[in-house]
Ligand binder design. Structure first.
Ligand SMILES: CC(C)(COP(=O)(O)OP(=O)(O)OC[C@H]1O[C@@H](n2cnc3c(N)ncnc32)[C@H](O)[C@@H]1OP(=O)(O)O)[C@@H](O)C(=O)NCCC(=O)NCCS
Length: 389
C-alpha cells in the first residue's frame, strides 16, 4: 500500500520537485484502486481491477497503454505518493493536409484523476502541463513513426479545463432514443414501411465496416476535404481493434451482471442492399437509467439521387429501431449515437419527429490537441463513439 503524505507535507502544484513518470506495475494498480470510487460503477473493486487487466490485454491497448503518475521526486520509487494520475494510449490515425494523406500516430488520454482529499491543489493541472510537454517532445524528438501528430480526450468536466492545455473542444452532440419492447414495435405503423435488416456478429462488422475499401473511402474523404480548406483533417482510424476493445468491455460487464446469460453476440445491424451498417456496444452503468446501447460507428455511402437518399434513410431508421429492441432486451434505457449526420437526423425524425439533438456541454466532450502549430484549425472526421477510451 502506498501511504499518502499527511496534508501538511503535500507539495504545491507548481513545486519544481513534482515530476510526471510512468507508473510502476504496483503504482498502476494503486491508481486503479484510487480511481475506482469514481469509475467502478456496478463492479466491486476486484472486478474493476480485473476489468482493467482484461482491457489491457486487448489488441487496441496491449503494449500501447501507459499509466502516468504525478509524484514528488524526493520520495523513493516504492513508496511515493500518487498525487494525480492518467493514462495515454497510442492510436493509429490518419491525417490529410494539402491533398496528401498520411498514416499517423495519435494519443488518447484518459482516466485523468486526483483523489478527493488532494483536489483543488493544482495537481491535475500540473500533470496535464507535464503531459503536454511530453507529447510535444515525442512529436519533435521521437523516432519517425512514433511521433504523435495529435491527441484526443473525452472530457467529463466541461470544455474549459482541458482547453487551457491545448485540448480544444470539438463537436459533441448526440441523439438519445428510448429502448422499446418488441410488442410496441410490431404494433407501430412504421414497422411495415421499413426494410428488413440483419444483425451483425463481430466477423460481420469486420467484413462490412472495417474492410480496406471502407477505410480507403474514409482516407479519400479526408484527402479531398484537405484540398478545399486549409488546416489538417484528421481521424482516429476506425479499425476493428477499436470495436473489439468496446466489446471486451461489454462482455466483461455482462458476465458479471448477467452471469446466467450468454455474452451478447449481436454487435450491430445492417442493410446489405442499401449498404448501411452500424456497430454498437452495451454500456452497463450503476443504475438501469445509465445503461446505454451506444452506436459506435455508422458506415454508409453518400447517396447520389433522391431514390438512394430515401433507401439510405429508411435503412438507417430500420437499424435504429433494431438497436432500440436490442437495448430493451439488455435492460438498457436508451440508444445513443454521437455527432449525427444530416441523413441520420432525417432517419431519427422518421422514427420520432419530436426527438431533439443534444449538444453536450459537460460530459464526453470530444477534445483534440494538435501537436503542430496551435493556430491551425483542425477538422476531426469520424468523430464517433468508437474512438472513446
Ligand atoms: C477533475 C480532477 C482530475 C481535477 O483534479 P484537481 O487536482 O483537483 O485539479 P486542479 O487542482 O489541478 O485544478 C482544479 C481545476 O479543475 C476544475 N474542475 C475540477 N473538477 C471539475 C468538474 N467536475 N467540472 C469542471 N471543472 C472541474 C476546477 O474548476 C479547477 O479549475 P480552475 O483552476 O480553473 O478553477 C479531479 O477533480 C477528479 O479526479 N475528479 C474525478 C474524476 C474526473 O472527473 N476526472 C476527469 C475526467 S475527464
Amino acid at each position: 500500500m502506498i501511504a499518502a503524505l499527511p496534508d501538511i507535507e503535500l507539495p504545491h502544484g507548481d513545486s519544481p520537485e513534482l515530476v510526471l513518470v510512468q507508473a510502476t506495475p504496483a503504482e498502476r494498480i494503486e491508481s486503479i484502486k484510487l480511481n475506482s470510487t469514481e469509475w467502478k460503477g456496478p463492479l466491486d473493486l476486484d472486478s474493476y481491477i480485473a476489468r482493467e487487466e482484461t482491457l489491457l490485454q486487448q489488441r487496441l491497448t496491449k503494449n500501447r497503454l501507459s499509466c502516468w503518475v504525478l509524484v514528488d521526486r524526493r520520495e523513493p520509487e516504492d513508496r511515493r505518493t500518487i498525487l494525480s494520475s492518467c493514462e495515454t494510449y497510442k492510436k493509429a490515425a490518419m491525417v490529410a493536409r494539402g491533398g496528401k494523406l498520411e498514416n499517423a500516430l495519435a494519443h488518447g488520454v484518459g482516466s485523468v484523476y486526483c483523489r478527493p482529499e488532494f483536489r483543488g491543489k493544482g495537481y491535475a493541472k500540473r500533470m496535464l502541463q507535464e503531459l503536454s510537454k511530453k507529447i510535444d517532445a515525442w512529436h519533435t524528438e521521437g523516432d519517425r513513426g512514433e511521433r504523435p501528430l495529435f491527441s484526443v480526450l473525452f472530457s467529463d468536466i466541461g470544455k474549459r479545463f482541458y482547453a487551457q492545455f491545448g485540448w480544444k473542444p470539438h463537436p459533441s452532440s448526440h441523439f438519445e432514443l428510448p429502448s422499446i419492447p418488441k410488442e410496441e414495435y410490431s404494433s407501430a405503423a412504421i414497422a411495415t414501411t421499413l426494410p428488413e435488416i440483419r444483425t451483425l456478429r463481430p466477423e460481420d462488422v469486420q467484413r462490412c465496416m472495417c474492410n480496406t475499401d471502407v477505410i480507403q473511402k474514409e482516407r479519400e474523404v479526408l484527402r479531398k476535404a484537405s484540398l478545399h480548406s486549409s488546416g489538417p483533417k484528421v481521424a482516429i482510424t476506425p479499425d476493428f481493434d477499436h470495436f473489439s476493445w468496446h466489446w471486451a468491455r461489454e462482455e466483461f460487464y455482462s458476465q458479471k451482471i448477467h452471469p446466467g446469460r450468454e455474452i451478447p453476440t449481436t454487435k450491430g445491424a445492417g442493410d446489405d442492399d442499401a449498404k448501411v451498417y452500424c456497430a454498437w456496444n452495451r454500456n452497463f452503468g450503476s443504475t438501469p437509467e445509465e445503461n446505454t446501447l451506444y452506436i459506435l460507428r455508422w458506415v454508409y455511402n453518400e447517396p447520389s439521387s433522391p431514390e438512394e437518399t430515401e433507401k439510405t434513410v429508411n435503412a438507417m431508421a430500420a437499424i435504429l429501431r433494431r438497436a432500440q429492441l436490442e437495448a430493451y432486451d439488455w435492460n438498457m434505457a436508451n440508444v445513443t449515437f454521437w455527432n449525427p449526420t444530416p441523413l441520420l437526423e432525417i432517419a431519427v425524425a422518421l422514427l420520432d419527429p419530436t426527438a431533439e439533438i443534444v449538444h453536450r456541454e459537460k460530459s464526453s466532450i470530444a477534445a483534440l490537441r494538435w501537436s503542430g502549430n496551435p493556430e491551425e484549425q483542425v477538422d476531426w472526421f469520424c468523430n464517433e463513439k468508437y474512438a472513446w477510451c
